[in-house]
Design a protein around this ligand. Structure first.
Ligand SMILES: C[S@@+](CC[C@H](N)C(=O)[O-])C[C@H]1O[C@@H](n2cnc3c(N)ncnc32)[C@H](O)[C@@H]1O
Length: 195
């Protein structure tokens, strides 16, 4: 795996410019902090996963952390509607396990099928569910509940509890976490599909 790490400051400035262009679909002025990323990913054993999907990779802060945890034969399918982010990631991360998709998370089932998967072990979402169009949010949640294998989970990080009832109505169990040592503190959701 070759990961080229541009200095954090230009990367964060690039992220901020994307926010100014499309605040509703990006939902945050800065990428997720390393503290929140560790808090979200550490409870899961990634070494056994064969197919993981990431929604909204942005500048790839979770993408890099996931690739560092996944096994050599796993695939990480990262889907983003913003072509500037996917173009950036194509030149920044060179890893044969990473499949970058210019597309909408609502189409996750078709995207999985095109790449030879019936289900994902885990889906992780960086989408701002409170600011994207609500019909799109509903389509994404419905498609995700179908796309995850039995026993798999949907991992979501948000800054409010608003998503909880929508996860609880689609998954058999939702575990909650918090990442306190970051600004703002992040809410972490692990929505499990029954085994
Ligand atoms: C808050 S940013 C998260 C970026 C990164 N994961 C992080 O944690 O810093 C939200 C991302 O979701 C993407 N996005 C918004 N709506 C989307 C959709 N329907 N499908 C896929 N990506 C979407 C945006 O382009 C942006 O990259």
């Amino acid at each position: 795996m070759t990961v080229h790490r541009p200095p954090a400051a230009p990367r964060d400035l690039f992220f901020f410019r994307q926010f100014l262009k499309s605040p509703g679909s990006i939902g945050s002025i800065i990428p997720t902090s390393p503290v929140a990323i560790r808090a979200m990913l550490d409870p899961v054993d990634w070494s056994e996963a064969t197919c993981v999907v990431e929604y909204g990779p942005g500048t790839g802060v979770f993408t890099r952390a996931l690739l560092a945890r996944l096994g050599p034969d796993a695939r990480l399918i990262a889907i983003d509607t913003n072509p500037d982010f996917t173009a950036y990631l194509r030149q920044a991360i060179h890893d044969p396990r990473l499949i970058l998709i210019d597309g909408n998370a609502a189409n996750v089932e078709t995207i999985l099928a095109v790449h030879g998967f019936t289900h994902a072990d885990y889906v992780i979402s960086g989408l701002p569910f409170s600011t994207i169009p609500q019909q799109v949010a509903q389509n994404i949640l419905d498609a995700t509940a179908r796309a995850i294998r039995p026993g798999g989970a949907f991992l979501v990080y948000q800054y409010s509890l608003g998503i909880l009832p929508r996860l609880a109505s689609r998954f058999s169990r939702v575990d909650l976490g918090r990442a306190w040592r970051c600004i703002p503190p992040a809410r972490l959701f692990y929505a499990w599909r029954a085994a």
